[in-house]
Write a protein that binds this ligand. Sequence first.
Ligand code: IVH
Length: 661
Amino acid sequence: MASPEQRINELLKELKQHNYQYYVLDDPLISDSEYDRLMQELLHLEKEYPQFIRSDSPTQRVGGEALEKFAPVTHRYPQLSLDNVFSLADLEEFDRRIARAVFNIDYMAELKIDGLSVILIYEHGKLINAATRGNGITGEDVTRNVKTIKSIPSQLKTAVPRLEVRGEVYMPKKEFQRLNEEKEEKGEKPFANPRNAAAGSLRQLDPDITANRALAAFIYDIIYCEGPLIENQQQALQFLESEGLPVNPEYLFCRNISEIYQYTQKYQNERYSLPYEIDGVVIKLNSFRERAELGATSKSPRWAVAYKFPAEEKATRLLDIEISVGRTGVVVPTAILEPVALAGTTVSRASLHNFALVRSKDIRIGDMVIVRKAGDIIPEIVRTLPEQRNGEEKEVTPPLFCPACNSAVIQIEGEVAHRCENINCPARLKESLIFFASRPAMDIDGMGPAVIEQLLEHKLVFAIDDLYQLKAEDLMQLERMGAKSADNLIKAITASKDMPLHRLITAMGIRHVGAKTARQLTERFVSIEDFINASPEDFLEVAEVGEKIAESLAAFFAEPHNREMIKNLQSSGVNTVEKQGRPKEGALAGKTFVLTGTLGSMTRQEAGEKIESLGGKVINSVSKKIDFVVSGSDPGSKYQKAQELGIRVLDESEFLEMIKS
Ligand code: IVH
């Protein structure tokens, strides 16, 4: 068992990572309730062992760091966060603490909108600045972006001399769904929840992007007001509303905790029928004078608290596992569930992401499982209920063949995903084509995603090599494609036939093989046949190629559909040799060396540079294909391997002789 200090350090590390994912990348790895659980554990331990509280603990800080790309805005007052509570007992404890300090306890209960906090400044009724909360002290200037949000007026109803307010920018559920569908269509990663979508949309350097995402806002706090005297939250909300600012209408004046608790329960049930996400209720002391009596800690005011809703979880049966192939060839298992009402929708499927997860959670067909929605949106299986098994449940294994094209499914060492390696697999063809034709690949001008989509729709292309069979008449069937553009496109396709081999290798979209690696590979493998005939060990001879890349290359070129495609490309006249890849001139041209042991007269690096300057090549591993092993003192296993393979071993003086000249 970890000691309290060790556990605190662990939690700090984890929370730091999650804070970064959440606040800076807008891309959380865990659900909000899991985050809250970690935070509560830390708070609890720190309370019990205050000697281990570290100054960099997230409990001691106010919030996320500001991104550097927007101009910084320093807030007039620190913009604090709220302490969380999770139960009626917690609420009562909060109430008791307040009762110790103040006499008149009236509360305002409001919905806790799940978005991101913004601070707006109006001068003489005109919006002059908008900033994110950032770390509470300094935020980001997002004025131009906020001005695109329709519900935020750029002009108040009256010319209040100065008004600074705080509110929440959020993305309505409908817009969140629309945006994610659009992202998925483009093959981009969807947002995990509306909060991240709102943050990601607001923190865009290009305000046009923000404008195209229908964000909205609710204002809930007056930070500073040079105008009418406002004495409590009720008046504040009414005033904000009267000035035309968007105020959430669901607020309720409450006289005691039981009324507040009722309010929390009402919205815990109704939250799923609201058009925006809420993750709890905020309870605020109404009177501003009494708030001032209570004050704040460095992190949160003592006069307010957030009651967080638990994530809804339900048990249901896993009926089957469906296997599909994604756009990049990844084979994805999806759980088919007995439909269950959860967090406002009926859930009947949940992605299981990969087979490693299925194994680690020991998920079996026929199991009763607990489901919830990650970020309250995306259904996921939390765990199975093995105690409810009757022995008829079936274990799940990765498929051996692709469900879309029947090619072998492989898993590359060290990767979680199983993949179909057939570049022309119908499930991946569209993405393969888009990439093949793109600028860093074969650079076919005019062959963009829209044209490719139509080529597939019109059944003009079933595999990449079909591109080279297209005629101008075929293309003229496509929308907005006149004779001239069709002709130009054919010219571009034809021109791409002369691309050097490294472009073709890049264009094949082999996992882990980008443009740079392709170029390095074609220095050693100068024709496509060299690639087809190479073993993973041969690929490893290229200095920059590690096991993962070597395995991926070998798997790609072993795939029969891929070989067939290469043959077809060749018969269509596509170049498959590296024209620039001729061996360099020099005394050691074409010779390959492996260095081992310590040389007396130079370092291994210097020896390598010398060999290369004379046109030779240095690689890391010994195989039959190399010419010499240069062995200094204390040689390693490479020396032995060279002996076994009968490769000429040079000692230092022989080597120096060879490089003299
Ligand atoms: S009051 C000093 N009221 O919840 C207190 N916050 O966990 C200022 N939030 O950072 C916050 N709805 O982003 C308040 N009706 C509401 C809210 C609300 C959502 C957010 C806000 C805050 C976070 C605290």
